[in-house]
Design a protein around this ligand. Structure first.
Ligand code: ATP
Ligand code: MG
Length: 369
């Protein structure tokens, strides 16, 4: 049974809802750092940002129904009792009355903001291998198939979105590294793909150097947003495939984005790290990008044959309510095969379950438009 165990003594950030050891994105080192989050670091963060990093904040936005029972009811108890007194069993969750704790907006949206002309969607989750790239590439292809003009930006030095769309970063003139570090116009690196209306700004291994090289540059968090200024109007959707870290590249993605889409794998530990991600979204919103919100959560690699998958979905829906997309992406072999052919699923296996699911997801995310 999917279950988050904890005792009454525990605080937000424990029980697998890990917190970043350091807030400064320069301190993040990717997958390895996920393993190095310490409770000490979490406590230090909680001291300075007690509510921003509390998963229970999200339950105030979309609380589980009062009748809901089961594993999903565990997370609200992760509140730090010294920060927010938990509501009684029958009373609805209320913001704290304590004047010493100022109200903090959550990183998640209740009502969608008016849709801007170009939606810039950062596909982010610092957990590795949860389906960020698969979702970026295939939702991008599905949106393009639905007559939208789409740009995929590969912000991951692994370059998986680049190769998954059939582009060899070794033979292109420039990549996102030159754009972010060298100031090359992004238009110069954008490549067309096999899919009409779908374009990619490629990345390769040397993009990893950008994390370090940007550190001492002016406006380092807004490099991508600035680069997009010259092309934004040419696209209906710009999808940013973020790396599995909360480093400077991901921060650039969040600063450039109008919204965040979080893929969550239907597996044990699905919620691990979500508190840290939503904390970073809040920090970026509060300091650099005031309209940024987590707008969609997508359940991926769903296997209806397993009880665990169902339980994870129930748990995530209990906590994130309407943010969770109705359409889930099934675990499907064709989806894992497609990248090795350099094709999105809509081309590689156009009528497969994975292709159908990503088309439905694209319709849902684009509000059927
Ligand atoms: P990283 O954090 O390393 O960038 P990621 O979050 O981008 O990883 P993906 O690369 O999209 O994750 O997916 C991880 C692996 O899972 C890949 O091998 C991919 O082909 C496979 N995969 C993703 N989604 C599915 C699915 N729905 N069904 C089957 N396999 C999938
Ligand atoms: Mg990826």
């Amino acid at each position: 049974m999917f279950h988050v165990e904890h005792s009454g003594e525990q605080r937000c950030g424990e029980d697998g809802l890990n917190l970043p050891q350091r807030l400064d994105p320069r301190g993040s080192t990717g997958k390895d750092e996920q393993r190095s989050y310490s409770l000490d670091g979490g406590d230090a963060l909680l001291a300075s940002h007690p509510r921003e990093f509390c998963m229970s904040d999200h339950t105030e936005i979309s609380p589980p129904s009062p009748s809901a029972t089961g594993p999903g009811d565990d997370l609200p108890e992760l509140r730090d009792p010294s920060v927010i007194p938990p509501p009684g069993p029958s009373e609805p969750a209320q913001p704290t009355q304590q004047p010493s704790v100022p109200p903090v907006e959550d990183a998640v949206a209740v009502e969608p903001d008016p849709t801007p002309q170009t939606r810039v969607i950062a596909v982010a989750n610092q957990k590795g291998g949860v389906g960020k790239t698969t979702t970026t590439v295939n939702m991008g292809a599905a949106l393009a198939e639905q007559d939208h003009r789409v740009l995929v930006i590969d912000l991951d030095p692994q370059g998986n979105a680049t190769t998954g769309l059939g582009i060899n970063f070794r033979v292109v003139d420039s990549t996102m590294y030159e754009v972010l570090v060298g100031g090359t116009p992004i238009d110069d690196c954008i490549e067309p793909t096999e899919v009409k209306g779908l374009f990619v700004a490629p990345a390769g291994l040397h993009l990893a150097g950008a994390e370090v090289e940007l550190v001492n540059t002016f406006n380092r968090e807004a490099k991508l947003r600035k680069a997009l200024d010259e092309v934004r109007d040419q696209y209906d959707y710009i999808l940013i495939d973020c790396p599995p870290s909360l480093g400077l590249l991901t921060v650039n993605g969040l600063v450039a984005a109008t919204e965040v889409l979080v893929p969550i794998q239907c597996e044990y530990y699905a919620l691990e790290g979500l508190a840290a991600l939503s904390g970073n979204v809040e920090l970026v919103r509060d300091n650099l990008n005031p309209t940024l919100r987590i707008r969609h959560i997508v359940m991926v690699m769903y296997d209806p044959r397993t009880k665990l998958g169902e339980q994870v979905v129930e748990e995530v829906r209990n906590h994130f309510g309407e943010l969770v997309c109705r359409n889930m992406i099934p675990r499907a072999v064709k989806l894992s095969e497609a990248p090795s052919h350099g094709q999105p699923i809509t081309v590689y296996a156009s009528s497969s379950r994975g292709a159908v699911a990503y088309r439905e997801l694209a319709r849902e995310v684009s509000h059927g438009a």
